[in-house]
Design a protein around this ligand. Structure first.
Ligand code: DC
Length: 216
């Protein structure tokens, strides 16, 4: 998709540090930061709230037809409202984390959310993070990074956040699903964050993607 705005696509497995890096990078560039994982988590939260099985694709689609979701921007970050509620306090709940891969594997859910993600690029320059930003959402963007880290470091990062999250199980499901599985996009710069600080990863992204001129 051609877009008048620049999109920096940041993909990678769970807890690779991409949210921290994407947020910092957006701030330094003056771009809008969009966390697409939060969008899939918000749908998961909605389904659980309504007692709907997250793997029941038809029931989830019917629920989404009946429930408008608002995706906006405040400051320089994406916002979400579902049924008039900001679901962000609930999006890291262990229940949501455990069920989000099932929701993210439903093609109809992905189509809807990908359309909303592309909408954002009509209005602003973006740093967008997720699993399929460089492969599916904005495959033509010249700015793609894939952030990785060892499984040990990723597990430690989640534990340090005080969050319970079965990363290995989630990564396996996210990488093996039929619809837009997690993989390294063509042209993506792979950055291993295992031994780097978040600032260090941002520096690497800026350097490898040639973004020095765009810094504020
Ligand atoms: O980045 P995260 O851990 O908050 O993402 C939550 C889940 O959403 C993750 O298990 C995979 C899914 N996801 C996806 O399929 N595609 C995206 N662009 C972003 C997240």
């Amino acid at each position: 998709m051609e877009t008048p705005h620049r999109v920096i696509a940041i993909d990678g497995p769970a807890a690779s540090g991409k949210s921290t890096v994407a947020r910092l990078l957006a701030k330094r560039l003056g771009f809008v930061y969009i966390n697409t994982g939060a969008m899939y988590r918000a749908v998961t939260w909605l389904a659980l709230r309504h007692g709907i099985d997250p793997s029941d694709a038809q029931a989830v689609a019917a629920l989404l037809n009946a429930t408008p979701m608002e995706f906006g921007v405040a400051g320089n970050e994406g916002t979400i409202r579902v049924e008039g509620i900001d679901p962000s306090p609930y999006l890291n709940d262990p229940d949501v984390a455990a069920h989000v891969p099932a929701i993210a594997a439903i093609p109809n859910v992905r189509e809807r959310l990908v359309a909303r993600q592309r909408e954002y690029a009509k209005y602003a320059d973006l740093v967008m993070e997720g699993r399929d930003i460089g492969t599916v959402v904005f495959p033509k963007t010249p700015f793609k990074a894939y952030i990785d880290a060892s499984e040990e470091v990723r597990a430690k990062r989640r534990a340090d956040q005080g969050l319970r999250d079965d990363l290995a199980a989630r990564d396996k499901k996210d990488s093996s699903r039929a619809a837009a599985p997690l993989k390294i996009a063509e042209g993506a710069h792979v950055i291993d964050s295992t031994c780097l600080t978040a600032e260090g990863v941002v520096e690497e992204v800026v350097r490898q993607l040639g973004l020095e001129q765009s810094l504020r």
